[in-house]
Design a protein around this ligand. Sequence first.
Ligand code: AMP
Ligand code: MG
Length: 352
Amino acid sequence: MITETAVLTANNEENEKILSRAAEIIRSGGLVAFPTETVYGLGASALDADAAAKIYAAKGRPSDNPLIIHLAKASDAAKYAYVTDAYEKLAGAFMPGPLTVIMKKKENIPDTVTGGLDSVAVRVPSNPAARRLIELAGVPIAAPSANLSGKPSPTSAAHVTEDLNGRVDMIIDGGSTQIGLESTIIKLDCEKPTLLRPGRVTLEQLTDLFGEVALDKAVTQKLTFGERPLAPGMKYRHYAPSAPLTLVDGTDEDFIGYVIGKSGDGVAVIACDEDKERLINAGFMPENVLTLGARADVVSHAASLFALLRTCDERNFTNLYAKLPAREGLSLALYNRIIKAAGYNVITVTRK
Ligand code: AMP
Ligand code: MG
C-alpha cells in the first residue's frame, strides 16, 4: 500500500481539502493517521467492523484490546452509549479534551471495536483538525495510538511514518502533539468512577468533580498472574526501549549520586536540564544525557517522554537510568508510562 502524507499548514483552504480527502478515505473503509492534542491516532470508521479490523492488522494489536471512538461533540455520545449524569458532568468540565469515558455501549458499535466488551470508550479531541476530520467523515472514528503495538505512542508524524508507512492510506502531519501522553481514561459503568489510565486530566481533578474516584491497580502496580486490568490494554508490554531501563526511587540527590556510579560506555541517563552539567562533569558523554526539560516543568516531561524513548532505541544504548516520577497530578501519568517502560524495574536508593 502507498501511504500519502499530507502536511497541515496555516492555509485553512488547503487544510480543508486535506481533511476532506481523509474523511473520504475513512468513509470508504480506509485508514488515516491524524494528530490529536495527546498523541497521533490511527483512525477508521467506528461503524464499520471490517475497517476497524484493519487497525488491529496495521498495528499488530491483539484483538481483545478495544479502541477509543472519537466524536466531534460530546452530545454525540448518546448515539453510541447509554450516557449518564456522571458523563454529562465530565463532558461539561473536560470536553473537548484529553479525557476518555467508558460507558455501556449501544448495539450500533461493532464488537471488533470494543474487543467483545459490552462497554465503549468515547473521547472528543480538542485538536481542531481532528474534530474537523470527524465532522467531515460523518461517522465516529475508532482510533488507538498510531504506533506499532508495543512501541511508544507517536508524538510526531515522523514517528507514525517510522511505524506505519505502507500500512495505512494516509498520514496527516499536524506537527508535534501538545500533551504527548495518551488521554486519561475513566470508567463509569461500575460501582464507583474508576481511573484506568492517568493523563493530562488528573486524578485530583476527577476527584474534585465526583468526591471519590477509584484507581485501578494496574495504573501503578504489576498485576500478578490471573489478575485482569479493567483496561485490557494495560496488561500488554508497552513503551519498552530495547535497552533495560532502571528507575531510581529516591531524592534528586540520591538519583544523581547513584547514576554517577554507573557511568560508562553505552550507559544513558534520562534526567532534567538542571542535572546535565553535573552528569557531564562526572564523566557522562553529553550525548548520553537525555533531558526531559526543567525539573519543575512536568508538562514538558510529558511532552518529551515518548520521543526520548524512541531516541534511546536509535542510539543503541546498553543501559538506561531515570528517576521514578512522583505519583501526583500529571506526574502520575509519567509514573504509569515509565514504570511500564522499565518493566517495573525500580531500585530504591537512600543516602548514607
Ligand atoms: P490507545 O488508544 O492505543 O491508547 O488504547 C486505548 C486504551 O483504551 C487501551 O488501553 C484499551 O484497553 C482502553 N479501552 C478502550 N475501550 C475500552 C473499554 N470499553 N473498556 C476498558 N478499556 C478500554
Ligand atoms: Mg496505544
